[in-house]
Design a protein around this ligand. Structure first.
Ligand SMILES: Nc1ncnc2c1ncn2[C@@H]1O[C@H](COP(=O)(O)OP(=O)(O)O)[C@@H](O)[C@H]1O
Ligand SMILES: [Mg+2]
Length: 238
């Protein structure tokens, strides 16, 4: 397994928001983590990134224990993170926002044809190339989301954690972001995707985990979820 989360317990003060979460992502997989608001999906991603400390449990990545490591170390190990709030630098250009993504990630081997470079990212995001000199704050929501994803790729991650990438986007852009995630995964980047748009999630995912409050209530393939009406009713908006 590329990512192995074992029995995580995480608290915010006295509130026990992850109660024994276990989850895996295999190399090359796109895994969706779904559920209603407030269940603990974002906290799960933040705990993997080391942004939130778990009280117990373990996270291993590529065979190495990374539990409790600082975020920059987790990034350097090869995990990219696209947070829900995107965190684009508003006063910096598209290009400078991308260049800043190199910091903290892995340094790509220039001889590696699979390395993510500015040129390669622009091939996947032609919209960003058209706006190369534009300030981050002048981009639309969809373009900012693309920039956040592009920036995370500059760190050459083996695994991307993506939190609600289509939230608040117009339908056309939802589809564009969906296609970009598909292409990135096809290019060999494993993805753990938190997504409220069920259609998008199920069109991309190889496997699915559904969260109830602080726990995983279902895991299985997309087919298994489609056949399991009870799980869908219990854990998803229907
Ligand atoms: N920084 C925080 N401090 C205290 N409680 C928080 C914090 N962030 C999230 N929570 C709470 O933790 C629970 C899980 O939140 P979150 O992981 O954001 O859920 P999801 O991403 O599934 O919507 C919720 O009850 C939420 O209110
Ligand atoms: Mg969330």
């Amino acid at each position: 397994m590329l990512l192995e989360i074992r029995d995580l317990n995480t608290y915010y003060g006295a509130s026990h928001v992850l109660q024994g979460i276990s989850l895996n992502v295999a190399r090359g997989e796109l895994v969706a983590l779904l559920g209603r608001n407030g269940m603990g999906k974002s906290t799960t991603l933040k705990t993997v990134m080391g942004l939130v400390k778990s009280q117990s449990g373990s996270v291993s990545f590529d065979g190495r224990e990374i539990t409790g490591h600082a975020p920059y170390k987790v990034a350097r190990a090869g995990i990219g993170y696209v947070p829900e709030e995107r965190r684009i630098f508003p006063e910096l250009s598209v290009l400078d926002n991308l260049v800043l993504g190199i910091k903290g990630g892995k340094i790509a081997d220039p001889a590696d044809s699979k390395a993510w470079t500015i040129e390669r990212i622009f091939r996947h995001f032609p919209r960003l190339k058209e706006r190369i000199d534009q300030k981050g704050k002048l981009l639309s929501g969809g373009e900012q989301q693309m920039l956040a994803i592009g920036r995370s790729l500059m760190g050459n991650p083996t695994l991307l954690l993506v939190d609600e990438p289509t939230e608040g986007l117009a339908p056309l852009l939802v589809n564009e972001v969906r296609n970009i995630l598909f292409e990135i995964n096809r290019a060999g980047v494993s993805i753990l995707l938190v997504e409220h748009n069920l259609k998008v999630a199920l069109s991309l995912a190889h496997r699915v985990y559904l969260m109830g409050k602080a726990y995983i209530g279902f895991d299985g393939t997309v087919e298994e979820l489609k056949d399991n009406q009870k799980a869908r009713e219990r854990y998803l908006e229907v």
